[in-house]
Design a protein. Structure first.
Length: 227
């Protein structure tokens, strides 16, 4: 399971869709697929909509979350087209908006993966109040994924924001218990708890450094392992 933020699609602007960045993601996924890795993908929607950025407006949390989930469907369709352009056969599956994308069904999704197709899990969990981190954990468990790769802007988990604090300490390894106790904000606690309860290892790594994803799937030490 590969989880990336919506900002990955936005490039330097952080908003909207930058097609060069989208094709870059597609090429990285293709590289993983060619190496024999079955890839499921969850992408956030923060390049289009994020609850915390719009909380001050007169929109209820549930409605805001639905807008965010629909944003991930839009991003999923964009990635679908990019993957097709680089010669792959992707599928977009979702717990909502099923009139425009395929309904998420674990059995059908696993069938797609066995056939070498990339499964883009869009629409979050299909319910409000859950983040795409939790959606990625849920779908990873439903698809029997071996590992959850959380691709971020930094090269692992730190005790504080390394962008703001130059003396921030990086962790090469954390237990799930430590990640929960320290509340390090690398992913929401519901997602960590779900992975902990089902023994799904998480690797937090820097998406932007070329070769990191391949290093992770080939077992090289990279980023921060949480297990």
């Amino acid at each position: 399971m590969l989880k990336v933020s919506g900002e990955v699609l936005a490039g330097d602007s952080g908003e909207g869709v930058d097609f060069k960045s989208v094709l870059g993601l597609a090429e990285r996924i293709k590289e993983l697929n060619k190496a024999g890795c079955e890839v499921a993908l969850v992408v956030g929607g923060g390049n289009l909509w994020r609850y915390r950025d719009n909380a001050k407006h007169a929109i209820e949390r549930q409605d805001s979350d639905i807008i965010g989930m629909l944003a991930t469907v839009m991003n999923g369709i964009v990635i679908y087209n990019a993957l097709e352009k680089v010669g792959m056969s992707p599928r977009v599956m979702s717990g909502l908006a099923q009139d425009v994308v395929e309904k998420f069904d674990p059995k059908f999704a696993k069938g797609h993966l066995r056939k070498g197709r990339v499964v883009i899990c869009a629409g979050g969990t299909g319910q409000p109040f859950f983040t795409t981190d939790t959606a990625a954990a849920l779908r990873a468990l439903q698809l029997n994924c071996d590992v959850y790769l959380k691709a971020t802007k930094v090269d692992g988990v730190y005790d504080k924001d390394p962008i703001k604090y130059k003396h921030a300490k990086k962790f090469d390894h954390l237990t799930f218990g430590e990640a929960l106790e320290k509340d390090l904000k690398v992913m929401d606690l519901t997602a960590i708890s779900l992975c902990k309860d089902n023994n799904l290892p998480v690797i937090v790594l820097d998406y932007w450094k070329k070769g990191n994803l391949m290093s992770a799937i080939t077992g090289k030490k990279i980023g921060t392992l949480i297990n």
